[in-house]
Design a protein around this ligand. Structure first.
Ligand code: NAP
Length: 295
């Protein structure tokens, strides 16, 4: 009997946990950009499993939203203002975190910047800003965290948040996709350099996981695609808790031998390539932009 495609079933609801209750009791977790979207979802899963959570980002409204969400889950939380482009600010944020909860044992490098723009329109400042936040910021945070653990001789876990256009390229997102390729590569270098000291370094790649905190630019870009569910092999987009569960697993004692790995949580969407794809539409046309002129 023929089977109709139904896609991959929905996951358990938000609030369920796969790991044992208390898996992260007393294990401070430091999450950049943890006050919005996927960062907040990841922070929430650590909080549900007992972790004291540190949220670091620039804007007070994001920090407050993250802190409130963690408090509602009954977690201890510290929200610290920090621009991850500034190594001194990162050091100060780790000092504050250590004073509040002890040295963070898990670092989630989630903060990133992104907006769609044809490469020919991209200003040097736009390129620098996205690379500075997404790649340099990730390295600066990892460096600060790694140095503290090497000095203390303590094991630890880093999870870098990547993107699948690290492999495929990202037309319309040349800055972000180049930076994410760097993040994936950095994961592999650090995993080998710091493995002997007990520091695991992994990368976690979300698929399409829409959420209400997406910037207007990214929302607008998504709205150009008709049916987001039907465009995925899973016949649905990802739920943010699916990323949070993967993050808590990677940082848990049950994933101790996994390091240098990039785990993609996207329902196989990034492998969806054929020799004859739908007709090519230029990035300018996708974005409704006039033909390029240098003047
Ligand atoms: P988002 O809601 O736009 O969150 C970005 C976060 O980064 C914000 O909390 C922002 O906080 C923080 N941030 C930006 N610049 C910063 C800086 N200089 N210093 C410190 N914090 C900074 O993004 P998202 O959709 O949740 O994405 C989270 C991660 O998943 C990103 O790494 C993204 O590339 C990746 N990703 C997402 C998707 C998706 O479908 N959503 C798909 C693939 C990959 P402040 O503004 O307060 O600084």
């Amino acid at each position: 009997m023929a089977t109709q495609p139904r896609g991959i079933p929905a996951p358990p609801p938000t609030g369920e946990t796969a790991l044992k209750p208390g898996t992260f009791d007393g294990v401070p977790v430091f999450i950049t950009g943890g006050g919005t979207g996927l960062g907040k979802a990841i922070a929430s899963e650590f909080a549900r499993l007992g972790a004291p959570v540190v949220i670091a980002s620039r804007k007070s409204k994001h920090l407050e939203a993250g802190a409130t969400a963690m408090q509602e889950l009954g977690a201890e939380v510290l929200a610290v203002e920090c621009d991850i482009r500034e190594p001194d600010a990162i050091a100060a944020a780790f000092d504050a975190a250590t004073e509040a909860f002890g040295m963070p044992q898990v670092l989630v490098n989630n903060a990133a910047a992104n907006f769609p723009v044809p490469a020919e329109d991209m200003s040097p400042n736009a390129w620098r800003t996205v690379v500075d936040i997404t790649l340099n910021g990730t390295f600066f945070c990892a460096r600060e965290f790694g140095r503290r653990h090497l000095d203390a001789g303590s094991p630890a876990s880093i999870i870098n948040i990547g993107a699948s256009y690290a492999w495929t390229g990202g037309p319309g997102f040349a800055h972000s996709s180049a930076a994410k390729a760097g993040v994936k590569n950095l994961t592999e270098s650090l995993a080998v350099e710091w493995g002997p000291y007990g520091i695991q370094v992994n990368c976690l790649v979300p698929g399409l996981m829409p959420h209400e905190d997406m910037t207007a630019d990214i929302q607008g870009n998504l709205e150009r695609f008709h049916d987001k569910d039907a465009s995925q092999p899973a016949l649905r987009v990802g739920k943010r808790q699916e990323l949070g569960w993967a993050a808590t697993f990677l940082a848990s004692p049950y994933a101790r031998f996994i390091t240098g790995h990039t785990l993609v949580v996207d329902g196989a969407n990034w492998q969806r390539r054929t020799l004859a794809n739908p007709p090519v539409v230029s990035v300018r046309d996708q974005m409704g932009k006039d033909p390029f002129s240098i003047t």
